[in-house]
Design a binder for this molecule. Structure first.
Ligand code: ADP
Length: 488
């Protein structure tokens, strides 16, 4: 099968969250399964083309943006450890900026940046003579690709049999834009296409809706989230749109790309370990804590709760804020955080570090290696999200023998089960209600198992035996692609 993956961020080139991990693992796995896959993404400033051996191709793309034509250069490379080709769309005015989406506010011309990439996909395919069976667009940034496919490119023989698949990674980011601008750049025209159309929602253009409506099949990143988003509480206002397309909406659980996330082979951690020599994990804990100021005399047995996360309301930081102080002070736990995001949360964690310099290890920023070290060092990983489409960190945690403490929402519920000390089944601690008391009770259960060696041993074995491989995820996507192709 010939597949185009079209996304704004792809690991290891550019990443702000799970989207990048998933687009990368899918590209690698499709390639492993014997499919021809290419990835099209912007040439962002943070991508070091030399590190990844990208070569600038001798071609210039011409891309229609409303009434004018704009131009792009193209760089070709591969996804590391695979043969999947990557095409970077170079347009310095749009993409050569210090952040990917704008920070702290979004760039005001994001609509234009996204449309340009969404349309460039077709021009790259033509230029390299690639005829896709499927175009797989990810999140609202590239949703317009599917609208272009079903309109302007429908009569182009190269794309006339191409199926459109759209994956929702997070419904809370929808891309709502001024119709007078975006309908113009995208060449659809206000008059003909806008009012009450597949583009419009509540008086603006809603890119998420565009992806959902134009796709042949829509997926989201876990079966549970696929159910949740059809209800008002989780649908972020798109309940009607999603229910309209519910016959084509499938939940495919995200997978873990184990070549990158495996404590036996992980190049980014100091001491490699497996289920058979878990005592080595303790050396990672010691080395991590020591580099953050642990003293020789300090007790290594105190449980370490880790967290690697964007610091936003979605991730349940409010609940953490309410309880952590108490737990560090009165219940003798340590907490390690790597994250970045909203200022009020950053301030809270800085305060915590100031108050408990030996028990709160706080790192504000983005650091891939430190993330791996935290999974290897921690006894627990906390993911108390208010909502969570899938979540990757709890799956990484399982593989690293760090027991997840999660809220029962979205993909967290699909991947973690409550440990039952009477039959020894279960991989973590799961609380139902988004309330600090429920979270606290889960921490209590976690600690009681931690201090009971037999149970502690058992739960860690259970966790490390879980298999959420991206191979299974890719196979399920191929099935969805086949259904989409049948519809064209
Ligand atoms: P989301 O996509 O909602 O942010 P996920 O759990 O799906 O959440 O994916 C988050 C990904 O980003 C994981 O790979 C996690 O390790 C990584 N990550 C999050 N914050 C940081 C950070 N500050 N530094 C390094 N990696 C991070």
């Amino acid at each position: 099968m010939n597949i185009i993956i079209n996304a704004f961020e792809v690991s290891p080139f550019a990443k702000t969250g799970g989207l990048a991990d998933v687009t990368r693992s899918l590209a690698s796995e499709f390639d492993n399964l014997g499919h021809n896959v290419i990835v099209v993404m912007p040439k962002l400033k943070s991508i070091n083309v030399n590190d990844f051996n990208f070569k600038r191709l001798d071609l210039r793309l011409s891309i229609q943006m409303g009434f004018s034509e704009e131009y792009a250069a193209v760089w070709e490379g591969i996804i590391p450890k695979s043969k999947a080709k990557v095409y970077l769309i170079e347009h310095d005015d749009y993409y050569n900026r210090d952040s990917i989406y704008g920070s702290p506010e979004e760039f005001i011309d994001n609509d234009r940046r996204f449309i340009f990439l969404s349309r460039a996909v077709f021009e790259v395919a033509k230029a390299i003579d690639f005829t896709p069976d499927v175009i797989h667009s990810h999140d609202y940034h590239t949703a317009f690709t599917l609208a272009f496919l079903k309109s302007f490119y429908r009569h182009d023989l190269r794309f006339s049999r191409t199926a459109a698949v759209y994956t929702i990674h997070n419904l809370s980011f929808q891309g709502k834009y001024n119709p007078f601008r975006i309908m113009d750049f995208s060449s659809f025209g206000m008059k003909e296409f806008y009012d009450g159309s597949w583009f419009e929602k509540d008086g603006v253009v809603n890119c998420m809706k565009v992806g959902i409506m134009f796709a042949d099949k829509i997926t989201t990143v876990s079966p549970n989230y696929a159910n949740e988003i059809r209800m008002a509480y989780y649908s972020e206002g798109l309940q009607d749109v999603l229910n309209q397309r519910s016959g084509d909406l499938v939940g495919v659980l995200n997978g873990v790309y184990y070549p990158d996330w495996n404590p036996e082979t992980d190049e980014l951690i100091k001491y490699k370990y497996s289920i058979d020599n878990l005592e080595v994990k303790r050396q990672n804990k010691y080395s991590f804590l020591k580099s953050f100021g642990l003293k020789e005399s300090d007790n290594l047995d105190i449980p370490l709760f880790g967290m690697v996360s964007r610091l936003t309301e979605q991730k349940g930081i409010d609940i953490i804020k309410e309880k952590l102080d108490y737990y560090i002070e009165n219940r003798n736990i340590r907490f390690a955080l790597l994250g970045s995001g909203q200022q009020e949360y950053v301030e809270f964690f800085n305060y915590l570090r100031w108050k408990y310099p030996r028990n709160a290890f706080i790192s504000i920023g983005y650091d891939e290696q430190l993330a791996h070290r935290i999974f290897a060092a921690s006894d627990f990983i906390t993911v108390p999200s208010r909502f969570e489409p899938c979540g990757l960190t709890q799956m990484y945690a399982l593989k690293y023998g760090a027991i997840p403490v999660v809220r029962a929402t979205g993909g967290l519920l699909d991947t973690v089960s409550e440990y039952n000390s009477s039959n020894g089944l279960g991989t973590g601690f799961v609380f139902q209600n988004y309330q600090k008391e429920d979270f606290a009770y889960a921490l209590e259960r976690a600690m009681s198992v931690y201090y009971s060696p037999d149970h502690w041993n058992k739960i860690r074995q259970n966790a490390m035996l879980e298999d959420f491989s991206s191979v299974r995820q890719a196979e399920q996507y191929i099935e969805v692609f086949n259904w989409a192709i049948e519809k064209v």
